[in-house]
Design a protein around this ligand. Structure first.
Ligand code: 76R
Length: 248
């Protein structure tokens, strides 16, 4: 049997994509809208408090194009926390003016392909900071799910650990050349959702997403073994921008 990569898991992730029901939002009276906005404000505040005490992290972005209008990306300690959080949001008045566009459940993952040194990795604060990351508040987000291919001649899961490690080295080198320009969070979703990984990228320059993903397309790990789902791209929503988006 072939050897599975060892993985370290951190916070669980929920990418919750929503669309706004503009017809209903416009039909609501001022008082109802004000109440809904207040509730939204309270939730954003609560999520920011959770982040302050490092019990999780939340990123809020608009989505460009028709796939959704905005996304909440939540990282929390447990699946129960994520569940409670989505249910609480779904009970708000504001949520009644949204429809569910897409969601993705996964867990922050690091693999041992390029790990160095021994000892308990979870005792390393740098590793912990990557397993429980405070999400950047960069101007742009890009999310897409992906698989590693399982076809007769191109089957990632039939490659030896050594071969995969060599391939991942080249992948990591390309990635590292974007250090400081793009921050990536890889979340694993085997057994949790429809694809094997979620890729979430953050940058202050949306063109860097295109350049990074394009460059990786030529790298063997992606060129040969990558399979990709839908791409979502969006702009940072702070409270003020969120309110502006909803203003009629
Ligand atoms: O964790 C590390 O920094 C070690 C190197 C590394 C691993 C193990 C790494 C680095 N990645 C790893 C694992 Mn990655 N990554 C993607 C995509 O669009 C595409 O073609 C692929 C989507 C991008 C854009 C990206 C970026 N990576 C993985 C895995 C799990 C593989 C497995 O276990 O089989 C996937 C699915 C994946 C996909 N990767 C980096 C980046 C970047 C920017 C880096 C450098 C990170 C840094 O050094 O800070």
């Amino acid at each position: 049997m072939n050897e599975a990569a060892l993985t370290l898991e951190g916070w669980y992730a929920l990418h919750d994509f929503r669309s706004i029901n503009w017809t209903a939002w416009k039909a609501a009276d001022d008082e109802e809208r004000a109440g809904a906005l207040e509730e939204l404000h309270a939730f954003l505040q609560e999520w920011s408090n959770v982040e302050q005490v490092k019990n999780g992290s939340t990123a809020v972005y608009s989505v460009v194009g028709q796939k959704a209008d905005f996304v909440f990306m939540h990282l929390r300690e447990t699946l129960e926390d994520l569940n409670a959080l989505e249910n609480a949001f779904n009970k708000t008045t504001f949520a009644q003016y949204t429809t569910k566009s897409y969601s993705y459940v996964s867990v922050v993952e690091l693999s041992n392909y390029l790990a160095s040194g021994g000892g308990d990795p979870k005792a390393n604060p740098e590793v912990m900071a990557r397993l429980q990351p405070i999400l950047p508040k960069s101007k742009y987000i890009c999310f897409y799910p992906m698989n590693k291919k399982r076809e007769l001649n191109d089957n990632w899961y039939m490659l030896s650990m050594d071969d995969r490690r060599a391939l991942m080295r080249s992948h990591g080198l390309i990635g590292r050349s974007y250090a400081g320009k793009v921050k990536q969070i890889i979340t694993g979703s085997v057994g949790l959702d429809d694809w094997e990984w979620g890729v979430t990228l953050f940058s202050d320059d949306a063109l860097q997403f295109k350049k990074l993903v394009y460059e990786m397309r030529f790298d063997e790990v992606s060129a040969r073994y990558g399979e990709f789902g839908s791409f979502y791209v969006g702009n940072l929503l702070d409270e003020q921008r969120f309110e502006e988006m909803l203003k009629l």
